[in-house]
Design a protein around this ligand. Structure first.
Ligand SMILES: NC(=O)c1ccc[n+]([C@@H]2O[C@H](COP(=O)([O-])OP(=O)(O)OC[C@H]3O[C@@H](n4cnc5c(N)ncnc54)[C@H](O)[C@@H]3O)[C@@H](O)[C@H]2O)c1
Length: 432
């Protein structure tokens, strides 16, 4: 195991450290200032002693990454569902087992706590963990309601503990590089942001007995989850703030329904939300889970180009096709059109660019969005490593709670807009 750890060590912050060298990248991703080779060297030989609360699918995914991390040692595990606790114990037989998370929080050997439980539990567990003096990592979305979100942030603000959140794009080199390029003018003025996430499955898990339905399929019930907005949109909505230089939208309107999976679930199986920025730019999010043809997409549209964040490709607006309007004006100027401007056969409508685009970053792992636990190369390993670093140094990565706050708030207010089919105002200031 130690050999494996040494082999993977080199990769963790290698790309990020280099990318974060750019001033633009650091202004958008300030938490990366901790990802330098010097900082990495400082924690060489040190370990963060960790406890995991919630050893379901995401918990096990983090455990798999942490087992490869030379700065991590998992010393305690907690779950109320024995089969899941057994799965984790099988990977780390020496770790202590708890079924009550309060007991794990009392464990003096635990320095950092990783919370991977259903959404409705995040706020209370995070507040309790901070109160117990633990550095805390909580999965996204941060909270089930804006009130819970504010309570978590205020508990963190009043403490000297680290708080981090499970948004792995924060540490994904594709996103860092793209935002650096956008802020250096590579696509001109940002004029639109498109996010979508399509799947074709019912989002259900097998339940061994009916009494466990809500516990296991918590995502489908409104008291436990906010559905597609908190589970999926939360990740993608961060793209807007990054592309817009930290400016957040001022309102959101939305729609949604239970269209296809009419199986007793309480959350929508399709949602569409449009966020409006003060300067007129809009950001869209759509998710449908009964058609997967288009998979997952995150695109920043600029007046001079387009960046596809998922594939790491940039497309230019110039030279590949002339807009129909541009052609039409030219024809009018040169008297080529006789009577009806719109009848001319040589007038081509605007169409999608057929340009191939340029990959702006090497070795991109394209995530199709199908997995509901996480994908390799998506920034999750780096995120866990950054948490270990923060536990070891006791230093809060800059602006990371602010980032998670906005993503969660946008997801929650977007969910409200889709549920109420209305427009919801987004408060412009952080509550602290
Ligand atoms: N960042 C990502 O890409 C990503 C991916 C998947 C899931 N997640 C997030 O991770 C969290 C967990 O999702 P999941 O798919 O692992 O769910 P899951 O249902 O597989 O796991 C949740 C676990 O929490 C346990 N649990 C429930 N109540 C508990 C309690 N009181 N004390 C201790 N354990 C308790 C459950 O028994 C279960 O094992 C969610 O917030 C989800 O949004 C994030």
């Amino acid at each position: 195991m130690d050999n494996d750890k040494t082999m993977t060590r080199k990769g963790f912050f290698e790309n990020l450290g280099a990318l974060a060298g750019g001033a633009a990248a650091l202004s958008v991703f300030p938490w990366l200032s901790a990802c330098t080779p010097e900082k990495e060297k400082e924690m060489s030989g040190e370990v963060a002693r960790l406890g995991i609360i919630g050893t379901g699918s995401r918990g096990l995914f983090h455990i798999a990454n942490l087992l490869m991390d030379p700065n991590a040692r998992i010393v305690a595990l907690c779950d109320i569902y024995e089969p899941h606790l057994d799965d984790a114990s099988a990977l780390i037989p020496d770790a202590k087992r708890y079924s009550d998370y309060h007991k794990l929080l009392e464990d003096k050997d635990v320095q950092g706590v990783i919370i991977c439980t259903p959404l409705y539990l995040h706020a209370q567990m995070t507040i309790d963990s901070i109160a117990a003096g633990k550095h805390t990592f909580v999965e996204k979305a941060m909270a089930w309601s804006p009130e819970q979100l504010n309570a978590m942030c205020s508990a963190w603000k009043q403490s000297d503990r680290v708080l981090m959140v499970g948004q792995q794009r924060l540490y994904d080199p594709k996103y860092v590089k793209a935002m650096d390029m956008i802020h250096n003018g590579a696509i001109g003025q940002v004029v639109g942001i498109r996010n979508y996430w399509y799947r074709n499955n019912d989002w259900r898990r097998e339940v061994p007995s009916p009494g466990l339905e809500r516990q296991i399929n918590w995502r489908l019930y409104k008291d436990y989850s906010r559905g597609l907005m908190t589970e999926l949109a939360c990740h993608q909505l961060a793209n807007g703030g990054w592309a817009m230089g930290g400016i957040q939208p001022e309102s959101v309107c939305g729609n949604g329904s239970i269209l296809f999976w009419k199986d007793g679930r309480e959350v929508f199986d399709n949602v569409s939300a449009i966020y409006q920025y003060p300067n007129g730019v809009t950001m869209t999010f759509q998710s449908i889970i009964s058609n997967k043809h288009f998979g997952m997409g995150e695109q920043i549209l600029g007046s001079e180009g387009t960046i596809d964040l998922v594939t790491g490709v940039i497309y230019s607006e110039a030279g590949n096709y002339r807009s129909g309007i541009e052609k039409l004006l030219k024809q009018i100027e040169t008297n080529l059109l006789s009577s009806s401007a719109f009848a001319g056969t040589s007038w081509a409508t605007e169409g999608a660019a057929n340009e191939k685009g340029i990959r702006y970053i090497a070795n991109v792992t394209v995530n199709d969005g199908a997995s509901s636990t996480g994908a390799s190369g998506d920034g999750s390993a780096e995120l866990m490593h950054a948490f270990c670093q923060a536990v070891i140094t006791g230093k809060q990565p800059e602006k990371i709670v602010e980032e998670a706050y906005w993503s969660t708030l946008l997801a929650l207010l977007g969910e409200q807009a889709t549920r109420e089919r209305t427009m919801v105002e987004i408060p412009g200031e952080l509550p602290w």
